[in-house]
Write a protein that binds this ligand. Structure first.
Ligand SMILES: NC(=O)c1ccc[n+]([C@@H]2O[C@H](COP(=O)([O-])OP(=O)(O)OC[C@H]3O[C@@H](n4cnc5c(N)ncnc54)[C@H](OP(=O)(O)O)[C@@H]3O)[C@@H](O)[C@H]2O)c1
Length: 300
């Protein structure tokens, strides 16, 4: 990136991921305009990093060469896009996790309004993104990717290119997330079974650390079993959304994904049970809660 002037970037959505991206870009000297549905959050971040704040998505992108979206879901993406009519000279980079169907429509909308479209879902959490070490799955036309490259390079240590169609990037992102989330759920159930026979998590961790599951044990055993009130890096409600998106986009291709559908039901139940804002690894606490409820009902 050298000494070239940095393009102005509009950050749409200053939640966990949008804030992390903004902090990284600001540290590298990118001029930024922030927009968030809840304006106070964008305002607080802008004061911290010295960025401009826009009152609307259209105002945010009006001076920018790159718009980067970090929005919760398909509804959020469309409600933001619908407010932006003209996109001449702009490259819109969607970095949230969405359905393949939604991003295919988003690309048509952006290109139909004169903009360039890049899909770049993130395989990393906010801390890694803020260090500029995320893995990105990238789809788009080469000219659009070239226009977005200062942003993509600033945020990533590796990109996986999957072709021009944005739906391919989200299909791969959802494939990865279903593997990650169902693995974390299996770990949680393995811990619950061992514990029900009096075997503590440290013994489970010791065993796993001598097997193919070593990396999983090191990264997730303590995180899953820690207090569900601790701040989430990836909230459980978004993991439930991703499983739902994986199942529904597989359904579009005639695939049942029955195992994932069962885990999705469990995550949706966890959201109803009040664990939506807990970290997604704390699905472990749903197993605990349900076991305790069963024991209480037996005693009663
Ligand atoms: N956290 C992770 O580790 C992680 C990793 C990879 C990918 N992702 C994906 O990245 C995206 C953002 O995740 P996050 O962790 O940053 O989530 P988050 O902290 O919950 O932030 C969500 C953002 O979406 C906005 N939003 C929600 N509904 C909206 C609507 N209807 N209209 C306009 N804006 C709306 C929120 O605005 P308000 O502040 O007004 O609510 C906020 O800016 C999601 O698609 C997520 O699946 C997350």
């Amino acid at each position: 990136m050298g000494g070239l002037p940095k393009p102005r970037v509009a950050i749409l959505g200053t939640g966990r991921m949008g804030s992390a991206a903004a902090r990284r870009l600001s540290a590298l000297g990118f001029p930024l305009t922030l927009w968030n549905r809840t304006r106070e959050k964008a305002q607080a971040l802008a004061e911290e990093i010295g960025a401009a704040v826009a009152r609307s998505p259209v105002e945010a992108v009006s001076q920018a060469e790159i718009a980067a979206a970090y929005l919760a879901d398909d509804d959020a993406l469309f409600s933001v896009l619908a407010g932006i009519r003209r996109m001449d000279g702009l490259v819109f980079v969607n970095m949230g996790t969405n359905t393949p169907r939604a991003v295919s429509n988003a690309k048509n909308y952006v290109t139909g309004n004169g903009g360039c479209y890049v899909e770049a879902p993130i395989v990393a959490g906010p801390r890694v993104l803020q260090r500029g070490e995320a893995v990105l799955i990238v789809a788009g036309e080469k000219t659009c990717i070239a226009q977005a490259s200062p942003l993509l390079e600033a945020l990533s240590s590796h990109t996986v290119y999957v072709g021009e169609e944005p739906e391919r990037a989200q299909a791969l992102k959802l494939s990865f997330n279903l593997l990650l989330i169902t693995t974390v759920n299996s770990l949680s159930e393995a811990l619950a079974l061992a514990e029900s026979y009096g075997i503590g998590k440290d013994v489970v961790k010791e065993l796993l650390s001598h097997t193919v599951f070593r990396g999983i044990a090191e990264k997730y055993v303590d995180r899953a079993t820690s207090d569900p009130a601790k701040p989430a890096s990836f909230p459980l409600r978004l993991a439930a959304k991703d499983l739902y998106y994986a199942v529904s986009s597989a359904f579009d291709r005639g695939l049942p994904l029955e195992g994932v559908a069962t885990v999705m039901e469990k995550y949706l139940r966890a959201v109803r049970e009040g664990l939506g804002e807990a970290d997604y690894t704390r699905i472990y606490w749903l197993d605990r809660k349900e076991k305790e409820a069963q024991e209480t009902s037996k005693q009663g």
